[in-house]
Design a protein around this ligand. Sequence first.
Ligand code: PHE
Length: 451
Amino acid sequence: MESKHHFSSKIGFILAAAGSAVGLGNIWRFPYLAAKYGGGSFLLIYILLAVTFGFTLMVTEIAIGRKTGKSALYAFGTLHKKSGFIGILASIVPILILPYYCVIGGWVVKFTWVYLTGQGKNVADSAYFEGFTGQTGEPLFWLFLFILFTLCVILLGVNKGIEKVSKILMPLLIVLSCVIAVFVITRPGSKDGILYYLKPDLSKFSFTAFIAATGQLFYSMSLAMGIMITYGSYASKKDNIENSVRNIEIFDTLIAILAGLMIVPAVFIFSGGDEKALSTGPTLMFITLPKVFESMKGGQIIGTAFFILVLFAALTSAISLMETVVSIFVDKFKTSRSKTAVAVGIYTVIMAIPSSLGFGLWKGISIGDKTILDLFDFVSNSLLMPIVAIFTCVFAGYLVKPRTIIDEVESSGVQFRSRKLYVVVIKYIAPVLLALILLGSILDVMGIITL
Ligand code: PHE
């Protein structure tokens, strides 16, 4: 067995974890939720939740990983014998998400390629996206490419692969986000969109908005998928977990807010202030935005920069997912990292095919109104993740007790400054919020509310 890999520096760890956190959720989902649920008031609630709820859950996962040096599969059971089942549940989540996340990753590679080769005009046609995803061979080709690249990074190892790639891509991602946001907000007519995005509109704020903000945050910080446990297991004992989490949180929230600043005003200018153009769901990124770029002077260049940005965000998230799945199987079967990684790569390809074909050849197969991809998404994101997170709170708050987590944070010789906040949130606030998210998902699928 090869020795366990580690991040070589604190900044490497922070950038890799931020790379996982910053993903499609930040760039595509956050802006449209913020626009839908009251702009400034949504942003405020989101930030407040990030520094309390998100912070607490992320500290917990990283501390569990670092203390045990194990993946989610065995980390819980190592600290508390009867809690081994939480590890099994937590491990199912990334195993389910990885394949379909790569399907969307493949679409992003395709769109980046189209823009890079100067054919951005073509994708501005409404029928283009469905035409593309409805084919059999082409989406599969881009999907393989995306998986192959992700696998290569994993094969290079934790510090030579994941850490190196994150150190290059994450700073570029910040630069690209700033450039695109500045470009958009300096366009004539952007003022209304900026105001709409940033100005609090309390009339749009509701209980549903609150659940949506909590759910978005929780997904955005890559929680309850075993990812932060795995990355924590590679972190150095010398790192200050509290500071690292604060940095990851700032990174994740900043990119989400910047994404809103590029997307909301741009769509506003294009649609002449019609808010409905923003709430088109998944097609916002692949249909509406290409049209917006097409209508702008310099839009082809900005479109290219935008899809490169999305590609980087999707890649670092997929890398964290694949690494987590690999670490789970290495722990389970005690096989070598590289052999396991190749096997996981093959699994990802095989399992991604049905999700991809669900938009074309296998379009007829659907459960309720959900495509195959939607179904994987629902089971993992809306059901399993909140359940795993609730168990994680009970685990840290009542079984091993907050003291175990606080001791791990302080083991690097620092004081855990927010420990009082931590105890209150992990024991009382987080479980309630998570139960609400779970309830929200169930009511949503029953058609009682729409998230
Ligand atoms: N945090 C990611 C995002 O905001 C979500 C994610 C990460 C999903 C890793 C899967 C794997 O998009």
